[in-house]
Design a protein around this ligand. Structure first.
Ligand SMILES: [Zn+2]
Length: 100
């Protein structure tokens, strides 16, 4: 079980996004960034949990993925159900994709 940084300190203050002076405050920027990163970590954990319940047995599509923070780009096999990359396209699949 992976532990993430506690965000209890971050939630103590409500941050007013409409107040430009407050936004400029480095402490608030720092807290907001930490809060967003914590949320991303929680969502990634939730995403992993949901994806792990998919057995990827209902076929896949060949799709060209751009590089992202989640996945490296390239021509990938994407599960039809959970839309997660489950492997790289074979040579035959790559050629078929180029011809389509
Ligand atoms: Zn799947």
């Amino acid at each position: 079980m992976q532990h993430f940084i506690s965000n209890t300190d971050i939630n103590k203050n409500d941050i007013d996004l409409n107040n430009q002076e407050e936004l400029a405050n480095t402490e608030i920027i720092s807290k907001k960034v930490s809060e967003i990163r914590n949320k991303i970590q929680e969502l990634l954990k939730e995403l992993d949990e949901v994806v792990s319940t998919c057995n990827h047995q209902n076929g896949y599509d060949i799709k060209l993925m751009s590089n992202s923070k989640l996945y490296s780009g390239g021509l990938r096999r994407m599960c039809k159900i959970c839309n997660t990359p489950i492997g790289y396209a074979s040579k035959e699949e790559t050629n078929a994709w180029k011809d389509s």
